[in-house]
Design a protein around this ligand. Sequence first.
Ligand SMILES: Nc1ncnc2c1ncn2[C@@H]1O[C@H](COP(=O)(O)OP(=O)(O)OP(=O)(O)O)[C@@H](O)[C@H]1O
Ligand SMILES: [Mg+2]
Length: 368
Amino acid sequence: MAAGLASCPACGIDVALAAVLLERQALSVIPAGPGTPFVGDAMLSRFGEFLMKQGYITAAQLDAALGRQRELAGAGVRETLGQVLLEMRVMTREQLELASVEQVQELQSALRSANVRLEQRVADRTRELEQAYRKLTELDQLKGNFISNVSHELRTPLTKIKGFNALLASGDLGALTVEQQQAVEVMGRGVSELERLVGDLIQFATGARGEMVLRPAVMPVAEALERAVAALRDRAASADVMLACHPPGPGVCLMADPEKVRWVLDQLLDNAIKFTPAGGRIEAGAEPSGGRVRIWVTDTGPGIAEDRLPELFEPFHQLDGSATRRRGGTGLGLALVKMIAAAHQGTVSVETRPGAGSRFVVDLPAAP
Ligand SMILES: Nc1ncnc2c1ncn2[C@@H]1O[C@H](COP(=O)(O)OP(=O)(O)OP(=O)(O)O)[C@@H](O)[C@H]1O
Ligand SMILES: [Mg+2]
């Protein structure tokens, strides 16, 4: 054997030995029965072809050797093509060993080129993906800027409309007929909705830039919860949905931005009322848990399928476009709840099953 040439640089295995082992393994699946096709033929004939290509044997010698090998297999004797060629004195042992080494080296070289091609393709794909990622990041940035600019631009005229609407409603600009008063009230409600939407957009754009400003304070949870529930009682009643509050004891306090927590409660309750059909029940409560407070809102609404959960807290994602359009909203509520919870080192999670309602839980730090 050609020493030095004969071991794999990667794993150190003797390549001639590896070739013999491979051939033996292929032989082990050759059926002994005469007439049965060779399962390992392809591999063996490839070694035979290799020997031919290298000029060790002729086509006629290969045919004869394969025929002899088949004959032996028929008689229950399994021999490698190499052994047969040796016995037939077509090749010497040294030639055979050299040929095995050469074939393994050829295979290794083919494998190396395939690896190089593969690495090249991986590098190309990685570059393409990086470019796509950069483009997406850029688009995301543009979207953020757009939302931020538009919402700020909307706020200025909205403030004027709101101001004059208030003046009209108060009668400071002259007495109104009953119809005019009603129209002004409807306009006022529309302005409030727009104001809420613009507020959400501004808050989202600020949060997405990581610039959410918190003004943390010690805040009693019961009071915030009762206030949020009370504000939605009328809406729940007109939707024919029961609304129950389970406030914790007066000593349970959060260390959090009260305005933001109130906003979180409003969002969760708003969703619960929006998605729970008439006759349903909504409950809101909170309890201390270690150094944290868990605030929860449960409903008997439609619940959410498991495969939709990952997108639930993504901005602008509404699970059922048609139903949501009927119920309104932009799909920002839960994304903002998540941002606000995260800004407080808190979390928001949901336990839900289709047809079995939902339970949203916000976990926030308790006041020391
Ligand atoms: N309690 C719930 N029961 C069933 N589905 C819900 C519930 N809360 C949220 N969802 C689903 O999650 C989606 C996202 O909720 P999210 O609050 O972010 O947006 P939205 O309520 O549609 O709009 P917005 O909050 O901006 O008014 C909803 O559109 C709805 O499909
Ligand atoms: Mg919502």
